[in-house]
Design a protein around this ligand. Structure first.
Ligand SMILES: Nc1nc2c(ncn2[C@@H]2O[C@H](COP(=O)(O)OP(=O)(O)OP(=O)(O)O)[C@@H](O)[C@H]2O)c(=O)[nH]1
Ligand SMILES: [Mg+2]
Length: 230
């Protein structure tokens, strides 16, 4: 079976410490990757770094105003040309070596959307904040009930999907609640959805994590809202 071409979309905000390492890891996958990096107003030298190393990046998008992870992803999706799109954070929490696993259900089972689950116990997972785990369980349970799905980790960064699914997907969210709207809208389509175990090398807040507990409220709201609207 031929390997689909991949558009890896990487939202970046103040990740000077890790962004070039993760770009190198993406490049080392030996897959046909189009790497799209979107920065919106980093102030820690990330932009200068990306500009200097731009030959490693297929599409570098530098937005002047900071609007959030969701807005950056939308800007990246708009220029993607691959058969499959993968979301890749710019920290080192998720490992591009897992792309091959994410692609398998697309190649073998005609999947439209594949999520990488951190919670199967099958791969290395950093012991992380218990209360994040509780929040994750809660929002995953809400998604399971509302969308009648067995997915085990809805707030994973790793989502691989056929690019054609972007057609007609007019996502409103600009921040961390983007993922909830994105997933909700795709789950409402009659798609073939899979999940595969992935590793999770989580980082602490001291190491740069940006998501906060209060983002959970908007995530829940999006899950409920898009179940019934749109
Ligand atoms: N362009 C852009 N990227 C952002 C923004 N906020 C966060 N990001 C990026 O989004 C990714 C995820 O942010 P993290 O702080 O790692 O969030 P997290 O808690 O790990 O959450 P997830 O990885 O999304 O589960 C990283 O690559 C960030 O650099 C933003 O305002 N703009
Ligand atoms: Mg992260």
């Amino acid at each position: 079976m031929t390997v689909p071409t991949l558009s890896v979309v990487m939202p970046v905000f103040n990740e000077a410490r890790t962004v070039m390492t993760i770009i190198d890891r993406v490049r080392r996958t030996n897959l046909p990757v189009e790497l799209i990096v979107v920065d919106d107003g980093s102030t820690d030298g990330t932009r200068e770094l990306l500009t200097r190393e731009r030959e490693k990046i297929d599409r570098l998008i530098l937005l002047d105003e900071n609007r959030g992870k969701g807005a950056a992803l939308k800007a990246g999706f708009a220029v993607a040309t691959g058969d499959v799109v993968i979301i890749q954070d710019a920290d080192l929490e998720y490992d591009p070596e897992d792309y091959a696993e994410l692609l398998k259900p697309i190649q073998k089972a005609g999947a439209d959307l594949v999520l990488g689950s951190r919670l199967t116990g099958a791969r290395p997972q950093r012991a992380y904040y218990y209360w994040h785990y509780v929040g994750n369980r809660l929002i995953t349970w809400i998604a399971r009930v509302l969308y009648n799905t067995t997915l085990s980790d809805i707030y994973t960064c790793y989502k691989a999907f056929r690019r054609e699914q972007l057609a007609g997907l007019d996502i409103k969210s600009d921040g961390f609640e983007f993922d909830a709207e994105f997933l909700a809208r795709l789950l409402k389509r009659d798609l073939i959805v899979y999940e595969v175990p992935i590793s999770y090398y989580g980082r602490s807040y001291a190491e740069g994590k940006k998501i906060k507990w209060y983002h959970t409220g908007r995530v829940v709201w999006n899950l409920v809202k898009y179940r019934f609207v749109g």
